[in-house]
Design a protein around this ligand. Structure first.
Ligand code: SF4
Length: 249
């Protein structure tokens, strides 16, 4: 880690200022994923692992981006370390994935929630000229909501391009989440807001949830096999699930 960053983190610690960190996961640091986890564990600081997926200009991330399989392999190592650790640091997105798994095992009907862009956008991306985009569509002018310097949000939400972005996001959820056993416990946000770089298709052209779903399956297997999840909790979850969850987006 950059010496200057370490110095500044120490200043924050000395002054009692709470902070978290983001580690951009790339081909360069993925081999050191365990060291990265232990570093944050040692300094008792929560952090987020953000696989590199979008940069400022074309070719900038050439040679740095990991495949979905490599991302899954790296995050699995962190999941194992975090579950075995005594520390209570938060590690995103793993914490979110564990929450989804526990919700599913606890009966997703009790927690059912679905991502719906028309109710609320979670992340806006604003270009320097004021153009507004959803996370999934940044800088694609065909899916631009409008311009924050020229019109209020309420008008942009009626624009043709925004509605096109909403439809595309809901189509991605329909293609993947509709048949996913986590849907309802997991809102489907990850597929709705997957950027073009994050979208992966099989040979027939079907969109795949190739990071979140396998990681949640991995977590569920650990929780169940280790006996952390009690039998009745598991049974209740499965029975609720049998009732099915219709796609509502
Ligand atoms: S397909 Fe992926 S994003 Fe959709 S509900 Fe399943 S795990 Fe969540």
């Amino acid at each position: 880690m950059e010496k200057k960053v370490l110095r500044n983190m120490q200043v924050l610690k000395d002054e009692g200022v709470q902070f978290g960190c983001i580690t951009v996961l790339s081909r360069l640091n993925a081999p050191y994923i365990e060291d990265i986890y232990h570093f944050f564990e040692e300094i008792d600081t929560s952090f987020r692992l953000l696989p590199i997926y979008r940069t400022g200009y074309p070719m900038q991330q050439e040679g740095l981006a990991l495949t979905n399989t490599e991302i899954v392999d790296s995050l699995k190592k962190v999941i194992v370390l975090w579950l075995a650790s005594e520390t209570d640091i938060q590690v995103l997105p793993i914490q979110d994935y564990i929450t989804h798994v526990v919700r599913r095992l606890n009966g997703r009907d009790r927690w059912r929630r679905y991502y719906d862009k028309t109710e609320a956008e979670v992340v806006y991306i604003v270009d320097t000229d004021g153009s507004l985009y959803s996370n999934a569509d940044a800088y694609d002018f065909q899916l631009c909501h409008g311009n924050i310097f020229e019109e209020p949000l309420v008008c942009m939400e009626k624009s043709e391009k925004y509605l096109r972005a909403v439809e595309a996001a809901h189509n991605r959820m329909r293609a993947t989440c509709g048949s996913c056993h986590f849907y309802g416990a997991c809102s489907g946000y990850f597929m709705a807001e997957a950027t073009p770089e994050q979208r992966e298709y099989d040979q027939e052209g079907h969109l795949l949830c190739n990071v979140v779903q396998p990681l949640q399956d991995f977590i569920e297997e650990i929780l169940v096999c280790s006996g952390i999840v009690e039998g009745d909790l598991l049974l209740r979850g499965r029975m609720m699930e049998r009732a099915g969850a219709p796609f509502t987006a």
